[in-house]
Design a protein around this ligand. Structure first.
Ligand code: TRP
Length: 481
């Protein structure tokens, strides 16, 4: 008992000294840039366009926007204020806030869930980001000058079969990520955001002008914004819900840890709106770049799935004037976007290790990145040597994505909403959010709307609902009433 108290005191003391050394964003804008950097990633530029393409365009975009507003923003506000209140890594923050509100210590499990989800996501995210680096190099060296669809397919499948090349680019990307994280909040995370985010916006604008002048812009816009609800299925709604979560980096403590570096005088609500707004604009503009370019080549289709970026788009670029140069710019844009996101996937684990062990930030970063790098090898091998090894019909890459994106993130998000809405006392959330008369609306949404929607997503995408349906429980429940 006594020993325990001493231990706790020690832990308390060391975290107190650490918190004095803790970094902080230098301003509100720095936080917005860094959090937007986290949010804007492969999800916006790779995934959003292709899921929009597969789900019929405009109507899907509308549903997605609604999801951002109804689930994304309220949960993002929750994560940010929890982090800022806790002033520590997600595990310690959850523990601290639970104690403050008299809730169970078990809530710190949400922090762990997030750290592990970040590990898993980064392990395969880095492999995909590695493809983008490879494309930057190949665009620059002219490999994609006047290619046919068959040739790009060959280049892409050739890359996936080449485990050494995949390993090289995956390693390069992990080193880039670890380098920034090891330098800490102001010298690493903030500096990267200040350099890369404006760069990203400029590249995007250049590409937008290019797509406007050289692509089939009106067809692209029409596809993106003309809502045909007949093309919308229940599954599309589910995809939109799930994606609104992924694209805002919610559910794993990334935004929580970024919130913990936020100065006290900054408004959580206003900054959250800016971040969600910027993230959405980038996704839409990415669509306004990609679709007009793809539609400029009549033989290409927008429903190319995950290959839209790596197979369809290079062909489209090569058919256009100056295409290889703008293709080069485009893949740099993707690398920038992925880089600032990867940083936020690594930060929760590193901040935990830096604040709870004696290792220090640099050693923590190196060790943790090495483990993630190693797990990523499983993902890259699943395109070649390990492609036969499957669990539940999924290879290692698909399984990692499924486990993290479809199970851990919605579960984490659900728990965060419940924590913010029920476990944290009203006084605390009211004080942190400082929303005035809009507080009641937030509280209503976070207590009743977000959890139900996220629970629905969770049950559907995890396959639990299908399982329950197959047992006929729902039917007998309905019959019982
Ligand atoms: N939001 C990023 C994207 O759209 C990915 C990402 C970064 C992320 N950090 C996250 C997703 C944390 C979930 C949780 O690509």
């Amino acid at each position: 008992m006594l020993e325990n108290t001493v231990k706790m005191e020690k832990a308390g003391m060391s975290s107190a000294t650490n918190s004095q050394e803790r970094g902080q964003w230098s301003s509100r804008v720095a936080f917005i840039l860094a959090a937007t950097g986290s949010a804007v990633g492969l999800g916006n530029i790779w995934k959003f366009p292709y899921i929009t393409g597969e789900n019929g365009g405009g109507a899907f975009v509308l549903v997605y926007l609604a999801c951002i507003a109804v689930i994304g923003i309220p949960i993002m506000m929750a994560e940010t204020f929890i982090g800022r209140r806790g002033q520590q890594n997600p595990v310690s923050t959850m523990k601290k806030l639970a104690a403050e509100s008299g809730a169970s210590k078990l809530w710190s499990g949400v922090g762990w869930l997030g750290i592990i989800a970040g590990f898993i996501i980064l392990s395969f995210y880095s492999v995909v980001a590695g493809w983008a680096i490879y494309y930057v190099v190949e665009m620059a060296s002219g490999t994609f000058n006047s290619v046919t669809p068959a040739q790009t397919q060959e280049i892409f499948t050739g890359l996936l079969k080449d485990d050494k090349s995949l390993l090289l680019w995956h390693s390069v990307f992990m080193v880039m990520t670890a380098f920034v994280v090891s330098r800490g909040v102001s010298g690493g995370l903030e500096k990267a955001a200040r350099l890369l985010m404006p760069g990203l916006f400029i590249l995007l604008m250049i590409l937008l002008a290019y797509a406007y002048n050289n692509g089939d812009f009106s067809k692209g816009i029409d596809f993106l914004f003309n809502a045909d609800f007949s093309k919308l299925t229940g599954k599309s709604v589910l995809i939109a819900l799930g994606h609104s979560f992924f694209t805002l980096s919610l559910g794993m403590g990334a935004i929580m840890v970024y919130g913990s570096y936020l100065p006290k005088n900054v408004s959580v609500a206003k900054t959250t709106f800016s971040i969600a707004f910027l993230d959405t604009i980038v996704a839409l503009v990415a669509g306004m770049v990609i679709f007009p370019i793809v539609f400029a080549s009549p033989e290409l289709s927008a429903s190319g799935g995950p290959g839209l970026l790596f197979q369809t788009l290079p062909v489209a670029f090569s058919n256009m004037p100056g295409g290889t140069f703008f293709g080069f710019i485009f893949f740099i844009l993707i690398v920038f976007a992925a880089w600032t996101s990867a940083i936020s996937l690594l930060e929760p684990a590193v901040s935990w290790a830096a604040e709870n062990t004696k290792l220090g930030r640099t050693t923590s970063t190196v060790l943790i990145s090495a483990v993630i790098w190693f797990v990523g090898i499983g993902s890259l091998l699943s395109f070649n040597d390990w492609s036969e090894y499957k669990l539940f019909g999924k290879n290692f890459f698909d399984l990692s994505d499924f486990l993290a994106s479809n199970i851990m993130l919605p579960l984490g998000g659900l728990l965060i909403a419940l924590f913010a809405g029920y476990a944290v006392t009203k006084t605390v959330s009211k004080e942190e959010l400082n929303l005035g008369s809009k507080y009641d609306l937030w509280r209503f949404v976070i207590r009743y709307i977000s959890p139900i929607l996220v629970l629905y997503v969770f049950l559907e995408v995890s396959g639990i609902n299908e399982f329950i349906r197959s047992t006929g429980v729902w039917k007998s429940l309905v019959a019982a009433f």
